[in-house]
Design a binder for this molecule. Structure first.
Ligand SMILES: *Cc1c(COP(=O)(O)O)cnc(C)c1O
Length: 501
């Protein structure tokens, strides 16, 4: 194994592209401009602004450029390259059809300030999406404006707050949040000017109803529940939770970023939720990661719909579309115009292509795939689910840590050597050495079996040669790095030919 990995390391290094600025040679070009047959124009730039010397730009031929960027595109892992079981993130395959639809010039080339008469097709598409999402969630109103899941949470909180304020209920500021919630939940509550209050989970991972009853009161603005929760578990007592919170005058918010587990099977509106956000970039398949773009529409009850921000798309009697409640100066909106329209169009393409039955089947396959992996891996990696999971499951590397001295981080890093993306690790926080695995419905049985095979092999390595894991990744283009620094202080500039000594 080690010998082979050194070979591969050398091969990688040989293939690793250098900076494009180090390539090429003067006179080569990848682009020919069409001949200009108009009037001759002389340069008008004032002398002070003109370059004195030739710019030190790379000169490359077309094949060189193609190879450079194609090589770059293979350095990172991506869903087109292999399985991407990043729990909670739903890295499913993004069908090419979605891209074609979003790129249609009648949609992609529109200007947001264009007259309503010119954008009837777009408005019709967006309205169809709103209605589809309302149907999926069982709720009466929808806003496509939020640009991400967390942005939807924020708008949802503002909407619930607006309802309480409109009723003169000014002191309802507390939002209850189970300890199994996604990390963005309390953050959104705080940014919306409300106060998060934690509700503990029971032994079985669900909300503790007694603790909930005790926490509810005249200060309760609502509850925010990640459902299924971050353990991949459905809140089985949700109807009772809804009764308790509604009786106290609060409203129920569902973090529906993981609708991949429920779509077509169960509707948040039927469970008693008043607001839900969906992560279109996850459930409805848009390339995502690295910060965007996304779309996190919220669906709301009829009671809350009047508090949604504009512009509202309304269908008139003659079947044409118009805009209402256009934000004026001073009105706050959380995003300009209609949100991230390109992502919304991809989602609509996904929904229409699959149809209602197809979406239900996607959920069934996502849940089946996760349970298949869970069952295959139970024997050698401790998992948290006695009774099966939904679309994802949480394993714990604690036992491996005790026995072999390797941590969840080491397991995840070793997976990269086998061409797999790592699962989400150290989340949820309530599980030690957590590995959160979400295969999604787009993986075939062969690919799931390969995943299990890799995990078995890593298990054997952990016992026989834990160093392999501790030093991993061994054969990726870059080794272990300071991930927080890489994300927070990225250095993306080319600083010229290396004179770093
Ligand atoms: C991904 C996710 C979010 C946040 O969504 P963003 O689009 O990244 O803002 C919130 N809650 C859950 C459960 C998620 O999985």
């Amino acid at each position: 194994m080690t010998g082979r990995s050194i070979d591969r390391q050398q091969r990688w290094n040989a293939e690793l592209p250098s900076s494009i600025f180090d390539k090429g040679s003067l006179g080569r070009r990848a682009l020919t401009f069409p001949k200009w047959d108009g009037e001759k124009i002389t340069a008008e730039l004032p002398a002070s602004m003109r370059r004195g010397e030739r710019a030190d730009l790379p000169a490359l031929s077309e094949p060189q450029v193609m190879r450079h960027f194609t090589q770059l595109s293979t350095l990172n892992h991506h869903i087109e390259r292999g399985m991407y079981p990043l729990g909670s993130c739903t890295m499913k395959y993004n069908p090419r059809l979605n891209e074609q639809i979003a790129a249609m010039s009648g949609l992609a080339d529109l200007h947001p300030e264009q007259d309503v008469a010119d954008i009837q097709g777009l408005l019709s598409a967006l309205k169809t999406l709103e209605r589809s999402l309302q149907e999926l969630t069982g709720l009466a109103g929808c806003s496509l404006i939020p640009a991400a899941g967390a942005n939807g949470e924020y708008l949802g909180m503002l909407t619930i707050r607006a309802l309480h304020v409109a009723r003169g209920d000014l002191d309802r500021l507390e939002i209850l949040i189970p300890d199994s919630a996604h990390g963005t939940n309390p953050a959104s509550v705080v940014i919306a000017g409300m106060k998060p209050r934690t509700i503990p989970s029971r032994q079985d991972g669900r909300i503790d109803l007694e603790a909930l009853r005790e926490a509810c009161g005249p200060q309760t603005a609502g509850i925010m529940i990640t459902n299924p929760n971050t353990l991949g578990l459905f809140e089985i007592d949700i109807v009772e939770v809804a009764e308790i919170v509604h009786a106290a005058g609060g409203r129920l918010y569902m973090d529906g970023a993981n609708m991949n587990a429920l779509m077509g099977k169960a509707r948040p509106g039927d469970m008693g939720f008043d607001v839900v956000h969906l992560n279109l970039h996850k459930t409805m398949s848009t390339p995502h990661g690295g910060g965007g773009p996304g779309a996190g529409p919220i669906c709301v009850t009829g009671e809350l719909a009047p508090f949604l921000p504009g512009p509202w798309i309304v269908e008139k009697e003659d079947g044409s579309f118009d805009l209402e409640k256009i934000p004026g100066e001073g009105d706050e909106s959380i995003h300009s115009y209609f949100g991230n329209v390109g992502v919304c169009l991809r989602a609509l393409a996904y929904i229409l292509r699959n149809g209602g039955n197809g979406l239900t089947r996607a959920t069934e396959c996502a849940v089946l795939n996760a349970n298949y992996l869970l069952a295959q891996m139970k024997g050698f990696l401790h998992t948290e689910h006695a009774e099966g999971c939904l679309h994802e499951f949480v394993a714990s590397g604690s036992e491996w840590k005790e026995k072999y001295g390797v941590r969840a981080m080491d397991i995840a890093k070793r997976m990269l050597d086998y061409g797999l993306h790592a699962p989400t690790i150290y989340f949820p926080l309530i599980v030690a050495e957590a590995l959160m695995i979400e295969p999604t419905e787009s993986e075939s049985k062969e690919s799931l079996d390969r995943f299990v095979g890799v995990m078995e092999r890593i298990h054997a390595e952990a016992q026989e040669n834990p160093e392999l894991l501790l030093q991993a990744p061994q054969i990726t283009p870059v080794g272990r790095m300071d991930e927080a620094a890489a994300a927070r202080e990225p250095d993306l500039r080319w600083a010229g030919p290396c004179n770093c000594g």
